[in-house]
Design a protein around this ligand. Structure first.
Ligand code: PBG
Length: 342
């Protein structure tokens, strides 16, 4: 029997595949996470994230220029301070590295791109937790909210346009929103890392920010097995006033991402985290995987699952490929290694 229904008709040539592609990535939906370190004079490589560095202010400015030239949507800043203490004082100090870097970059580039900041205490605390600790050593939710409110105001004053609340404290979105509004920062947007899982995939990031964490974050980040709870967290954040919600990590949590994308009436982003980056780079360095294809395939899959934008350490590189190939190519598109034949 000769089949009459032949899905292969639409796969027969690269132009045909391009025409029927369901998912296209655009540079504007890519956001670059960047690390800015205090007390260094040269960019410092992050060994578990080959190709990524801790930036000086100058090298960060240079990187943001590249990001703008590549047409990506924005940058997400993380600070790496030299001093840490129990309450993360550097996070609320206008002279703290993250606030200084934000002011420096927002002043120069705030009209050309969207300068965003991680709002969490873990880079600034000597115990490495995302909040302040109670006397018994547990992470004190409500005491942490007070710190987040002050941190939010410091970041908004430095010129951050989107505050990325990544600490997974209950009520953080409502609390920070109220504090920003009271301080006259109605325009500062809130990106809620809503469904953020306690994953092994943050490993390389801990090197990237010189994390001092011992133990884990399982009392505030989510259990990897919990899908329904991811949606619950996102809906709570939307109800509390989040402008954007996020699922993190991305690749291992595409079901959660798809659930949130279906239910959300605000933009849904995903964070392709350090471990997702490191795994691909390590396999590629061994010659075990086609690096460039896998990068595009992984970002395409995150968009296919429902992400409106993706935080990825490959943002500039992926955007430059898209520019070179003509915008909007999916992995099945024209001119991508390995995709035209067969
Ligand atoms: C918390 C934060 C983390 C990441 C982004 N924001 C680390 C954590 O929660 O342990 C991880 C990002 C990555 O792994 O790329 N400030």
């Amino acid at each position: 029997m000769s089949p009459t229904i032949r899905p292969r008709r639409l796969r027969q040539s690269a132009p045909m595949r391009r025409l029927v592609a369901e998912t296209r990535i655009h540079p504007a939906q890519l956001v670059l996470p960047m690390f800015v370190a205090e007390g260094i004079t040269e960019p410092r490589p992050i060994s578990s994230m080959p190709g990524q560095v801790q930036h000086t202010l100058d090298s960060a400015a240079h990187e943001v220029e590249r990001a703008i030239a590549a047409g990506i949507g924005g940058v997400m800043l993380f600070g790496v301070p030299t001093q840490k203490d129990a309450v993360g004082s550097g996070a609320t100090d206008p002279d703290g590295i993250l606030n200084r870097a934000t002011a420096f970059l927002a002043e120069r580039f705030g009209d050309a791109t969207v300068v965003q900041t991680d709002l969490c205490l873990d880079e600034f605390t000597d115990h490495g937790h995302c909040g302040v600790l109670a006397a018994d050593g547990s992470v004190d939710n409500d005491a942490t909210l007070i710190r987040y409110a002050d941190m939010a105001i410091a970041q908004a004053e430095a010129g951050s346009q989107i505050l990325g609340l990544s600490g997974m404290m209950d009520g953080q979105v409502a609390h920070v929103r109220a504090a920003l509004d009271d301080a006259g920062h109605q325009q500062a947007a809130i990106l809620a890392y809503s469904a953020k899982y306690a994953t092994a995939l943050y490993g390389p990031f801990r090197e990237a920010v010189d994390s001092s964490l011992t133990g884990d974050r399982k009392t505030y980040q989510q259990d990897p097995g919990n899908r329904r709870e991811g949606l619950r967290e996102a809906l709570l954040d939307i109800a509390e006033g989040a402008d954007i919600v996020m699922v993190k990590p991305a690749s291992l949590y595409l079901d959660v991402l798809a659930d949130v994308a279906t239910a959300s009436d605000v933009p849904v982003w995903a964070y392709q985290v350090s471990g997702e980056y490191a795994m691909v780079e390590a396999a590629a360095a061994n010659g075990w995987i086609d690096r460039d294809r896998l990068i595009t395939e992984s970002i395409t899959s995150i968009v296919r699952a429902g992400a409106d934008a993706v935080l990825t350490y490959w943002a500039i590189e992926q955007a430059e490929w898209l520019q070179a190939r003509g915008m909007g190519q999916g992995p099945g598109g024209i001119g991508q290694a390995g995709s035209v034949s067969a």
